[in-house]
Design a protein around this ligand. Structure first.
Ligand SMILES: [Zn+2]
Length: 334
């Protein structure tokens, strides 16, 4: 997984690549940002770029791994003896034994690599006692060893650990970036990928977690409700309410919540089209035509009220209200 295979994060990846090219990569790094945006992949890319036998120079990045040589492939498969990955075990935590074992390995020079890399994924799961053990190594990094801590919750790490590491921040991806990743890497079809991206909050990982739900159908139902609300026919609204309520044997509540979140993204897009016309950057860009048709019905005031209704409906679902009551209520209040 070279830098160039990672979608988005051009600035953060550029920073890492430049330091590797200049030989100034700090021995302890802390990669922070929302879960599921590609931080762990970036950590692997760092390990590969440090050890690649045929690095690519002067392309999109000052230096990047080839992705094909033996060290690159073994790092990607997590089977390189000088690449150590610590991640939460079955207990959900990273225990002191695992940390000690990894640190013992760093007492020796790398077996074959130019640089040994220890990646701690979900570093917030390192138990406090184990954090202290790790801290000692961060304070006196062994020769030719780099530590890369990856976390979405840096505030839960010991302040001493945070201050030892150079932080590189990763942000959320744009909906178009999430969609393109889902189409490319996950082979989703375009409509499914765009619908998933609209509620992914900039995190492909989050989109994949919710993957099985059928985003495309969910977004159709949400769009149907907005279309009906934009029209004048009361019967259409009632039919849309029936369509918005999912007909699944189980998980109805969570499914309706997904539909309402999608509805909110469509509503936001409609309000944006109202304000900025064709220049608006939409979460559901593939539905721009549909959104332009409903936008005139949702002026700023109505859009704001509809958002409130959607929030209220989501809160009601969290309090275990019945989807059969929440869906029609929402459609009436759009
Ligand atoms: Zn390589």
């Amino acid at each position: 997984m070279p830098f160039s295979d990672i979608i988005g994060h051009a600035r953060s990846l550029g920073l890492l690549s430049r330091s590797i090219a200049l030989g100034t990569l700090p021995p302890s790094l802390l990669l922070t940002g929302p879960a599921g945006v590609g931080k762990r992949r970036a950590a692997l890319a760092v390990a590969q770029a440090l050890n690649c036998l045929a690095p690519v120079r002067g392309g999109q990045f000052p230096i990047d791994a080839c992705g094909r040589c033996s060290p690159c492939r073994r790092i990607a498969k997590l089977s390189h003896p000088d690449f150590l990955l610590l991640e939460p075990g079955d207990s959900g935590n990273i225990k002191i034994d695992a940390v000690r074992e990894a640190l013992e390995a760093t007492a020796y020079l790398p077996f074959e690599a130019r640089a040994r890399v220890v990646v701690v994924d979900e570093a917030e799961r390192v138990l406090p006692e184990a954090q202290n053990a790790l801290l000692k190594s961060l304070e006196e990094p062994p020769r030719a060893t780099f530590f890369v801590l990856v976390t979405s919750q840096p505030e839960t790490l010991l302040p001493t650990i945070r201050s030892r590491c150079s932080r590189v921040r990763f942000g959320r991806l744009a909906p178009a970036e999430v969609a393109s990743l889902l189409m490319g890497r996950e082979k989703m079809d375009a409509a499914e990928a765009h619908a998933a991206a609209a509620v992914a909050e900039g995190s492909p990982g989050r989109a994949l977690e919710r993957r099985t739900r059928g985003f495309r159908a969910a977004r159709e139902a949400a769009l149907g409700a907005l279309r009906a609300a934009a029209g004048r026919s009361w019967q259409d609204r009632m039919r849309a309410a029936a369509t918005l309520a999912p007909k699944t044997a189980s998980g109805e509540r969570e499914e309706l919540a997904t539909r309402i979140r999608l509805l909110a993204t469509l509503l936001r897009d409609a309000a944006l089209v109202g304000q900025h016309g064709a220049d608006a950057v939409l979460a559901n860009a593939d539905l721009a035509g549909e959104i332009e048709r409903i936008a005139p019905a949702f002026d700023a005031g109505r859009a704001a009220r509809a958002f409130e209704a959607a929030d209220f409906a989501l809160a009601a679902l969290r309090r275990n209200a019945s989807p059969k009551i929440v869906a029609p209520w929402l459609v009436v209040h759009l």
